[in-house]
Write a protein that binds this ligand. Structure first.
Ligand SMILES: Nc1ncnc2c1ncn2[C@@H]1O[C@H](COP(=O)(O)OP(=O)(O)OP(=O)(O)O)[C@@H](O)[C@H]1O
Ligand SMILES: [Mg+2]
Length: 380
């Protein structure tokens, strides 16, 4: 079994400060009082425990475990593309994190990375729900490039956008390979968890970071291995795709450019980012070409959306650990010329104000895990 070097940050919240400010986030859907939202990324696993009471959702517990092995050995990522998840090792990490968090529930919703799914939007006549359900597999056959017997299908009828054609509906179709679904069940079982639902990461993320603003928004998740770019309009994901440039590439560019070990380069990236400083004058220049390629992809995606729907993307929400280094948010804002914010998926949860200093440093990274936990509580 491969060895993982890991570090954890977690917080067990014993006494919730009920005076903390919170917002009502909608009627509850399921009779769950408490649920775990879990995001298994390439280098970090993020877990939140959310609790619902009287229509409000509070943060009971959160934790993150980070694997540093990938900086030394390329094949030591928690997940890698090609659907190769090291199930047993992932479960070891999950169990370790859960042990430290000590959650009160075993019920979990996992988010699924985009590379393990096929996503498209279908344009259909506005038929009855019954007709619609029988039409989906037939329609899906035209869009999904693998045999339907090998995938699990999920879909969502999207809210109409202003100016859309009357009597037509837009449906977001998600197809996930049966093998991937089985893997997640296996990881849950090996970790002693009950898998209640699986959801595409970008859908979870939109629920957490664009909960109420109907403005066309681009949500960008810069992870370690991949960056996902999604257009969220009227609170629904309308387009989503992945590119391979992400946080780990920035680290490797620093390592090569400054002739440092990846571990040292990672430390420098986290401390200084692309903010210009005297001691490392060349640092921003090593990273900006990579960020520029993400910027260019965001611009292309926004343009495609404008051409397709005549709706202009007006703001940017940045998620994932890759957007945390100093100066990154400001750089995106300057290049994209749109209001840009670091995601705060905790803003709809009640939690003790004592946690704020620690959470402040990791907020964008918890977008998917919080969104998947909220799936069972929030009507979307
Ligand atoms: N405090 C921090 N400051 C700066 N950068 C950070 C910080 N924490 C994490 N990162 C960077 O964020 C990236 C990891 O982000 P994240 O946890 O979102 O990735 P992941 O979900 O594991 O990866 P992926 O989504 O690609 O599978 C790494 O490149 C890491 O260097
Ligand atoms: Mg991720």
């Amino acid at each position: 079994m491969p060895q993982f070097d890991f570090n954890t940050v977690f917080s067990r919240i014993k006494d919730l400060d009920l005076k903390a400010s919170f917002r009502k986030i909608g009627a509850f859907l399921m009779p769950f009082s408490s649920v775990l939202g879990i995001d298994i990324g390439t280098t970090t696993i993020k877990i939140v425990e959310l609790e619902q009471s009287g229509g409000e959702v509070s943060l009971k517990n959160y934790g993150m475990i980070e694997n540093f092995g990938h900086l030394e050995r390329e094949n030591a990522a928690i997940q890698s593309s090609g659907l190769k998840i090291v199930d047993e090792m992932t479960a070891v990490l999950l169990r370790e994190l859960l042990k430290q968090m000590g959650p009160t529930t075993k019920e979990a919703v996992f988010s699924l990375p985009a590379f393990s799914s096929f996503v498209t939007t279908m344009d259909l006549p506005n038929i009855s729900e019954k007709e619609f359900k029988s039409a989906i597999p037939y329609e899906a056959r035209q869009y999904v490039p693998i045999p339907l017997s090998e995938v699990v299908l999920d879909w969502k009828v999207l809210r109409p956008i202003p100016g859309s054609t009357p009597n037509r509906i837009q449906v977001l179709l998600v197809a996930v390979s049966q093998d991937v679904v089985n893997k997640y069940y296996r990881i849950a079982e090996l970790s002693g968890l009950k898998l209640k639902a699986l959801e595409l990461e970008s859908i979870s993320m939109a629920r957490a970071v664009v909960p109420s603003d109907p403005t066309p928004t681009v949500v960008v998740d810069v992870g370690s291995r991949a960056t996902s770019i999604s257009i969220v309009d009227e609170r629904d994901v309308r387009m989503t795709h992945d590119i391979d440039t992400a946080g780990n590439d920035l680290t490797m560019a620093i390592a090569r450019g400054m002739n440092l070990s990846p571990v040292k380069a990672e430390e420098i990236k986290k401390n200084y980012g692309i903010a210009s400083i005297q001691s490392y004058q060349y640092l921003p220049g090593l990273m900006t070409p990579l960020i520029d390629s993400i910027v260019s992809e965001i611009q292309k995606t926004s343009k495609r959306y404008l051409e397709k729907t005549k709706r202009e993307v007006k703001r940017v929400v940045l998620c994932g650990g890759g957007v945390i280094p100093p100066g990154v948010k400001e750089y995106f804002e300057r290049e994209l010329k749109m209001p840009t914010e670091l995601a705060d998926p905790f803003s709809n949860l009640s939690y003790s104000s004592d946690l704020e200093p620690a959470l402040k440093l990791v907020k964008p990274q918890f977008s998917s895990s919080i969104g998947s936990g909220l799936k069972l509580f929030v009507q979307t």
